[in-house]
Design a protein around this ligand. Structure first.
Ligand code: IPE
Ligand code: IPE
Ligand code: MG
Length: 244
């Protein structure tokens, strides 16, 4: 029996700068191409019936990049959202955003909110942009909320914390893909990816294409997710499910 596709795919889109630099171009050239690839991969995931796609678009730490690059990225983000809105609606994709959105320039916040509003009725894939997002910040703010709400130590459990993360209501990613060959999470989904399958490809994000996505999905389908149990336990559970 073929295993199902991942229900939540999260992508760390990395390598734009290096892609441009090897071509003797400015890093911003790589970001431009990267935005185009993002559009193609969003559409490819939606066509394949992926329920949730999260794109790590800008990290909490990316604010430390040169002002010029940050400004370019913010302007690109605004333009991209404005331009893609109609396309998202056409593909029935519901948009949302996580991260410290208050740190974004007002123009970006406006485009984010407008895109959320315009796609609120869509029932297909849920697309989430992680913007000014950091896994540690996410966990910290959930802890602060619990303290502010006066939760007692006894009432704090995984469910209580998860309900206060930015991803509340969104299942944990089944598959995390990182491009550009870096084997690290770079402060992405630290809590949420505890049992995610992690696929690292050397391809730089501007060169990423749907065929690579299919290869990652095929790899995912070949994995056995054990969650700490043994292979024998997993096969027994699968057999029982098939009989039920
Ligand atoms: C990913 O590409 C885009 C963002 C982090 C905003 P990079 O800009 O990190 O490209 P490299 O990793 O320097 O090549
Ligand atoms: C991670 O890439 C952030 C995004 C892709 C948005 P970085 O390029 O910022 O990560 P590091 O600095 O190489 O770890
Ligand atoms: Mg990078």
């Amino acid at each position: 029996m073929k295993k199902p596709l991942p229900q939540h795919v999260a992508i760390i889109m990395d390598g734009n700068g290096r892609w441009a630099e090897t071509r003797g171009r400015n890093r911003t050239f790589g970001h431009l191409r990267g935005a185009r690839v993002a559009r193609e991969i969003i559409e490819a995931c939606s066509k394949r019936g992926i329920e949730n796609l999260t794109l790590y678009t800008f990290s909490s730490e990316n604010w430390m990049r040169p002002l010029e690059e940050v400004s370019f990225l913010m302007a690109l983000l605004s333009r991209h959202l404005k331009r893609e809105r109609a396309n998202l609606v056409k593909n029935d994709i519901r948009f949302s955003a996580i991260g410290e959105l208050s740190r974004l320039p007002p123009a970006v916040v406006n485009e984010v909110n407008e895109t959320i509003r315009a796609t609120a009725h869509c029932t297909g894939m849920r697309l989430t942009f992680a913007l000014s997002y950091g896994g540690r910040q996410d966990i910290l703010s959930a802890v602060k909320l619990m303290v502010a709400e006066g939760l007692s130590a006894n009432s704090i459990d995984e469910k209580a914390l998860e309900a206060r993360l930015q991803t509340a209501g969104l299942r944990d990613p089944d598959l995390v893909i990182r491009t550009s060959g870096e084997s690290r999470l770079s402060n992405f989904f630290l809590w949420q990816s505890a049992y995610s399958e992690i696929f690292i490809t050397p391809t730089l994000w501007p060169d990423y294409e749907a065929a690579e996505l299919d290869a990652a999905f095929a790899w995912y389908q070949s994995r056995e997710r054990r969650y700490g149990r043994t292979t024998a336990q997993i096969s027994r559970a699968n057999n029982e499910n098939q009989l039920a």
